[in-house]
Write a new protein. Structure first.
Length: 456
């Protein structure tokens, strides 16, 4: 293997010169590879056996590595992960963007490489994912129905990897998860069958804040008397839980945003801080999943924005308002715009919690809201913060930004490939002044990148 490409795959070249993208390999490995896709100009495969390991390889620390589908880079030292992520950002911005770029600043690594997440969702399933070795060691009757509580196996909607210890989130996460499994198996409670859309236990969402508060939301298909027993047992055995909830989900999908979340114990939310800003996190709230690194990401965004106290800042894709609120001390006014109405309600509440009268939030499409009449009422933007989803900004919004012509734009991206495409579209009016990668998710190939654009 020669080097890394996007999505955490290694690159090799076949004898005919065709590029081979290999999952599960490290640059420097000599490996036996199963080719899964063979196209005219490239091929894709999976490493079956590493014949000679790379000098960079380390032993993964998780017993579920290579099976659950998460933390795919545990076999790489963290310093090497950062090195390859820096290369990934550089490659994607230059090969896709084709615009003039400044030197890319060194990646901001995460202070925590384990237990860095504040939220995890585990799934109950009647069907546990079994490895070939487990299948070979078991009889047909034994493997027919083996319940699991953990993460969906990669590419499988119905089978779940039974997770005993997850290193992504601090305790009492594993204690809660394993206790729920133990109760369910002892009581013979039905795990969900994702093929038949039947069963009772569906999901559990656990949030652990840096304040020490712990939220649990147990999601079941319908109400039954054992629910109270499970919740009471959780409270007795895990006194760290400060906010306990349950949700009845009879639907065919796992989303709960259109459902009622019932508070069983506690105030119904937990609190989190970014610097000295206080945020309310309810069961349906979105919040950056790596709290301490989100703080670093927002500090970089604030630095790039260069606020002096006189600027009107437009925070697009503002979500629950966390970036705008974080920048609020340096701004004359914060205008947040977000398409999801529930998120805007959370943003308004978070601004109220922090006593911010100059932060205003509006629900709707930016292209519809940001009209001349809106600018006349609220002021034209001096700085625009945009933090779009992985798909990047809609071209309609890019055209709107070109019309708005704010002096500065800070583009926070969770996908440098789509960011590169958008920078090319904005190039007619904006030049890129600074670029800063940020690692929010150690042991994965995901990478954030912050770009500062200035009007030409």
């Amino acid at each position: 293997m020669e080097r890394y490409a996007a999505e955490g795959k290694s690159i090799a070249h076949l004898e005919d010169g065709k590029t081979l993208f290999v999952e599960g390999a490290v640059p420097g490995d000599i490996a036996e590879v199963l080719v899964l896709k063979n196209k005219k100009s490239y091929a894709e495969g999976k490493a079956l056996k590493v014949e000679i390991p790379s000098a960079d390889r380390v032993t993964p620390f998780c017993e579920h590595f290579g099976i659950c589908g998460g933390c795919k880079w545990q076999m790489l030292p963290y310093e090497k992960q950062l090195e390859y992520k820096q290369i990934q950002v550089t490659d994607q911005l230059t090969r896709i963007g084709h615009v003039a770029l400044p030197p890319i600043e060194p990646i901001a690594g995460s202070g925590l490489q384990r237990h860095y997440r504040n939220k995890l969702e585990f799934t109950f399933s009647e069907l546990s994912y079994l490895t070939r070795e487990e299948i070979a060691a078991a009889g047909e009757d034994e493997i027919a129905r083996k319940p699991a509580l953990g993460f969906h196996a990669p590419g499988m909607f119905d089978k779940v990897v039974d997770i005993r210890t997850c290193h992504l989130q601090p305790e009492p996460t594993n204690k809660i998860k394993n206790l729920l499994r133990e109760i369910a198996l002892e009581q013979g409670l039905p795990f969900y069958d994702h093929r038949q859309q039947d069963g009772w236990l569906r999901n559990v969402v656990i949030r652990v804040a840096t304040t020490g508060e712990v939220m649990v939301n147990l999601i079941v298909k319908y109400d039954r008397e054992e629910l109270k027993m499970m919740l009471d047992t959780l409270l007795k055995e895990v006194p760290e839980i400060t906010s306990l909830h349950y949700t009845i989900n009879p639907k065919m999908n796992d989303t709960i945003y259109d459902l009622t979340v019932h508070t069983y114990k506690g105030k119904g939310y937990i609190e989190e801080y970014l610097e000295d800003f206080r945020f309310k996190i309810s069961p349906k709230s979105f919040f950056q999943t790596n709290t301490r690194q989100a703080e670093r990401l927002y500090q970089i965004t604030r630095d790039f924005a260069g606020l002096t106290g006189n600027e009107v800042v437009y925070d697009l894709y503002c979500g629950t308002g966390s970036i705008g609120i974080f920048l609020s001390k340096g701004a004359k006014k914060i205008i947040g715009i977000e398409a999801v109405p529930d998120a805007i309600e959370d943003a308004k509440l978070n601004a109220e919690w922090n006593g911010l009268q100059h932060c205003q939030f509006y629900a709707g499409d930016v292209s519809d809201i940001a009209t001349d009449a809106f600018f006349e009422a609220h002021g034209r933007p001096d700085v625009i913060i945009t933090d779009p989803p992985r798909a990047g900004m809609h071209e309609k919004l890019i055209q709107q930004l070109l019309r708005m012509r704010a002096p500065r734009v800070v583009y926070v991206s969770c996908n440098p490939a789509t960011q590169a495409r958008d920078l090319q579209l904005l190039d007619e009016a904006y030049k890129v002044l600074r670029l800063q990668p940020v690692d929010m998710f150690p042991h994965t190939h995901h990478i954030e990148n912050v770009a500062l654009l200035e009007l030409r």
